[in-house]
Design a protein around this ligand. Structure first.
Ligand SMILES: *Cc1c(COP(=O)(O)O)cnc(C)c1O
Length: 436
């Protein structure tokens, strides 16, 4: 067996994945070898870089330097407590979409006053819970919700701070399931109804109008839809304020994309340089700004380490069967999404390269993680599924009674376990046998 290993010091970066790189032959997250983590903790295994999360946040912070702005991490992207702690500690607020997420933020030490509550279907009990916690703003998505929120707030002797989510009807040119700013989807109120609904909200006794909100979609890789949406929202701000309703803040939502597969989204600071220029030109440079980024803060800070269980040659294609599955990495099954898949060891000189569909063990044809990938692998090798920091663990399930994976947070050479592997007993804990 001839080995042609790179020199131990050679660093091979993965473009778009800061703090994840080959050091010599070994894929590392910050200063830690993934092969060592897999040996200690087993697979499948999520590993996150704290420095990558803070670097992603820093790009937004640079973009807003000198401005009155609040970054609210959209925690549905990754709601693990150890991840929330990083953003809480860095001064972020949070964009939540359920009462459960509210409890998580508070458990992780987040500041209730910096929480905004989004979502089309808030229940009365979630509204009560959020009002009692003293959250900063409800992003309301319909007239019916305004009525219910006002009633709930009045019953508690409180006023609910509200923004109305407007649908600017711009096409973010992303996957249809993650586009939210077009007329025909369920989010927000129509542009043409906005002024009337603001006037209605201003009359309701249990509400205090504080802002306006939009969120046009996810994995947006171009500045144009943001610029278009901003123009449309600012037109509304002009007419709402002209009618005598003051708006203390404008919330431009989240949605900035990451590099999954040679995608080239603008950097957060470059995007905001353009957007702030427009705000200034239109005379809104002094307004308080809010944003709700999710994916762009965590997506490329995480990888999922998995082991090749079997290599199965087929008539038309080869299958690489791994120990991670659609319950761990649901995005390919849900959105035909692409995750890059790379070996933990850069060189496998003893194994020929071949084309594989990389699939999980779950009994569903939809359980694939990557298609038509050139890999030099054999059973027992380990792979890293990249861009696994966002919408993976937070969308994971127990389908096939598979326990949720371990999560580790790497900080330099330190490794923190932020979630232990879920056992079958953990999964059965809430169930009851019938008394037969
Ligand atoms: C999901 C969501 C976000 C975050 O979207 P990303 O694409 O992860 O940045 C922000 N705001 C709202 C209302 C959302 O539903």
């Amino acid at each position: 067996m001839s080995q042609h290993l790179p020199t131990a010091s050679a660093v091979q970066a993965l473009p778009g994945h800061p703090f994840i790189a080959y050091q010599g032959n070994e894929l590392q997250v910050e200063d830690v070898r993934l092969s060592q983590l897999a040996a200690e903790h087993g697979t499948p295994l999520f590993v996150y870089s704290k420095a990558a999360m803070l670097a992603a946040l820093a790009a937004y912070q640079r973009g807003f330097a000198g401005r009155h702005a609040q970054i609210c991490y959209a925690m549905k992207a990754n709601s693990s407590l150890g991840v929330l702690q990083i953003f809480a500690d860095a001064g972020c607020g949070f964009d939540i979409v359920s009462g459960g997420e509210l409890e998580r933020v508070l458990a992780a030490g987040g500041d209730a006053a910096k929480i905004i509550f989004s979502g089309v279907g808030k229940t009365r009990s979630e509204m009560r819970q959020a009002l009692q916690a003293g959250i900063g703003c409800f992003n309301v998505e319909s007239e019916a919700e305004l009525d219910v929120l006002s009633q709930v707030a009045e019953s508690l002797g409180l006023k609910a701070p509200v923004s109305i989510r407007v649908n600017p009807n711009v096409d973010p040119k992303t996957h249809p399931y993650i586009s939210t700013g077009l007329k025909d989807n369920k989010f927000g109120v129509a542009h043409e109804d906005t002024l009337r609904i603001y006037q209605y909200a201003a009359e309701l006794k249990g509400l205090q109008v504080v802002g306006i909100d939009c969120h046009i979609g996810s994995q947006i890789t171009d500045a144009t839809p943001y610029l278009d949406a901003m123009d449309r929202v600012l037109d509304l701000v002009v007419s709402i304020e002209a009618s005598g309703i003051a708006l203390a803040h404008i919330d431009f939502g989240g949605g900035l994309g990451i590099n999954y597969n040679n995608d080239t989204p603008p950097a957060a600071d470059a995007l905001w340089a353009q957007l702030l220029r427009k705000l200034d030109e239109r005379g809104f440079g002094q307004k308080k700004l809010m944003i709700e980024p999710g994916r762009s803060l965590v997506g490329n800070a995480g990888v999922c380490v998995t082991e090749v269980l079997y290599v199965k040659p087929g008539e038309h294609k080869n299958f690489c069967i791994i120990d991670a599955a659609m319950n761990d990495l649901p995005r390919p099954a849900m959105y035909q999404a692409f995750h890059a898949i790379v070996p933990l060891l850069a060189k496998h000189v003893d194994t020929p390269e071949a084309r594989y569909d990389v699939v999980g063990p779950i009994c569903e044809s939809g359980d694939w993680i990557g298609r038509d990938r050139m890999l030099a692998i054999k059973a027992g090798d380990q792979l890293a599924v990249l861009s696994a920091g966002a919408y993976c663990m937070s969308m994971s399930s127990n389908y096939n009674t598979r326990g949720r994976a371990v999560e580790l947070l790497v900080d330099g050479s330190k490794v923190h376990v932020i979630r232990v592997r879920e056992s079958a007993a953990d999964q059965m804990r809430l169930e009851k046998l019938v008394a037969l």
